[in-house]
Ligand binder design. Structure first.
Ligand SMILES: *Cc1c(COP(=O)(O)O)cnc(C)c1O
Length: 255
């Protein structure tokens, strides 16, 4: 069974671009679905943010959703993201947009990330944290960061092991140009809802342990859930879901 239930409707065919009204309708459908799942889980829909994952899609799509009230956009590929973020600056209506880096970090790109983004979800070592801290421009507020936690994989998969999250979190707390906000997870897709739920519950447990150690006011974000595991993620306690396909359609290439 698809954990998505009824929505979203058929995905766009490979690489096809949606017209603005279908894009907006799909975005509304996702929000509606999030609210329904939240209610079913006895959670308040306003405690769950939607990050629109716009990687590979053009700025025109981002503009269309921003005009509807979508504030946060997620990007993976640094060069593509930097170009979009720069171009967005010429549109006054994009001024308060929050850009989230959700792609893997590389040392030679941290400078771009520190200069262009408001959030980073994929922090997994102190070396990258220190680079981002040193490279964050003085005129910008501290960079919001999440520690990526490996909830389901072996040692080669991205993210820190469960027990490494707290020591890394404490070290990041000492970096004044970073603001640690919580945890991000990205388990491999599994078709069974109960397996998805179990993986997301691990992420939730790490998040709760960070909250307990460092305070709930500071640690307020659990980035968990994508198009295919949205329901399990929200049910397990996600506060931010990262949705690409259900909003923008298929990307054509796996990404
Ligand atoms: C692409 C991507 C998403 C969105 O995935 P969909 O399945 O298209 O919703 C979410 N998180 C990360 C880290 C991604 O790379």
């Amino acid at each position: 069974m698809s954990p998505l239930g009824s929505a979203p409707k058929a995905f766009a065919s490979e690489g096809a671009k949606l017209d603005a009204s279908s894009l907006i309708q799909r975005w509304l459908d996702v929000k509606d679905q999030m609210a329904k799942i939240a209610q079913k889980a006895s959670r308040s829909p306003k405690d769950i943010q939607l990050l629109a994952v716009s990687k590979t899609f053009p700025l025109t799509d981002i503009l269309a959703l921003k005009e509807q009230g979508q504030l946060c956009f997620g990007e993976n590929y640094i060069q593509e993201a930097v170009e979009k973020i720069e171009s967005a600056k010429s549109f006054p209506q994009m001024k308060d947009t929050q850009w989230h880096c959700i792609g893997p970090l590389q040392s030679n790109k941290t400078k771009w990330v520190a200069q262009c983004f408001d959030w980073v979800h994929t922090l997994e070592n102190l070396k990258h944290a220190q680079r981002l801290n040193d490279q964050r421009p003085a005129h910008l507020p501290a960079l919001n960061v999440l520690i990526q936690v490996n909830v389901d994989g072996g040692p080669t998969k991205a993210g820190v092991q469960l027990e490494e999250a707290l020591p890394l979190a404490k070290a990041i707390m000492g970096l004044t140009r970073l603001k640690l906000r919580g945890v991000m997870t990205m388990p491999d897709f599994h078709p069974e809802y109960n397996v998805q739920l179990a993986m997301h519950q691990r992420g939730q447990a790490v998040f709760a342990s960070l909250q307990e150690a460092l305070g709930e006011a500071q640690i307020d974000t659990l980035s968990m859930g994508m198009t295919q595991d949205l329901q399990a993620a929200i049910t397990a306690g996600s506060t931010l879901v990262r949705i690409g396909t259900a909003i923008f359609g298929g990307r054509g290439v796996p990404a």
